[in-house]
Design a protein around this ligand. Structure first.
Ligand code: PEP
Length: 249
């Protein structure tokens, strides 16, 4: 069986001022004690440089990247800028960007290609809305598998790409997908990865679960088959809340 190293990732979204850098240091200390897993914090772009200066054991990443190398894209950030600021990775395709910035799966794939070209690792998010989930498990599995295939970048490789399954209805809502829902979806995504990328690459790629992960539910979710870590929003904002999730991995 392929051994995949667990990854616990925090997404601070549009939260965090300089005062929260103390939490970066505290989370970095948690990561120091867990050499057997990877820990990454996706902070707002304004905190990448100071967070990277503090973090020695946790990696610091961005929450998005533009697909173009540079140019007339007011307000956007290029992969080269993120690298220069100290980012080691980036999220692409978070449902909030798909929803509020109308990002398509083709955009997401292009962003991942650009990020990788600059040496950034990539966490690529996919997930279904409540409306889709209510049409049944098979519909949800097919929807998310199709979204994954459409979002996969050219040259997708487990060495730099991680998938995050995040049911939209579970993000920031306190509603967590049940372990059996997560297990079934991750199995479907694993099969899709193997079919699309081949046995070795498809089996080596990590699939994280995200959606209201907390210290209370992390242990059960993280010990579900094919769950290779978590992408955590609200509970990643303080070391006190993130600590138990890192511990559970
Ligand atoms: C997220 O933003 O990726 C997320 C999963 O948020 P939360 O943990 O708050 O649901």
């Amino acid at each position: 069986m392929t051994q995949r190293r667990k990854l616990i990732a925090g997404n601070w979204k549009m939260n965090g001022l300089a005062a929260q850098l103390e939490d970066v240091s505290a989370i970095d200390a948690l990561a120091r004690g867990r050499g057997d897993i990877d820990v990454v914090l996706f902070v707002p772009a304004t905190l990448i440089a100071p967070a990277a200066a503090r973090a020695k054991h946790a990696a610091i990443g961005a929450q998005d990247v533009h697909q173009a190398e540079s140019g007339a894209f007011t307000g956007n950030l290029s992969a080269a800028m993120l690298v220069e600021a100290g980012a080691k990775g980036t999220i692409v395709g978070h449902s909030e960007r798909r929803q509020y910035q109308q990002e398509t799966s083709a955009d997401v794939a292009a962003k991942a290609v650009r990020a990788h070209a600059h040496g950034l690792s990539v966490v690529l998010c996919v997930g279904e809305t409540l409306d889709t989930r209510e049409q049944g498990d098979d519909v949800a599995h097919a929807f998310v598998s199709d979204q994954l295939v459409a979002s996969l970048p050219e040259g997708a490789d487990a060495a730099w790409l991680t998938i995050a399954y995040e049911p939209v209805w579970a993000i920031g809502t306190g509603k967590v997908a049940s372990p059996s829902q997560v297990e079934a979806m991750h199995a479907a995504l694993r099969a899709t990865l193997v079919k699309t990328l081949g046995d070795a690459n498809g089996n080596a790629m990590r699939i994280l679960y995200g959606g209201s992960v907390s210290g209370d539910n992390a242990a059960e979710l993280l010990h579900t088959a094919n769950v290779d870590g978590a992408l955590v929003g609200g509970a990643s904002l303080t070391a006190a809340k993130f600590g138990p999730i890192v511990e559970a991995a």
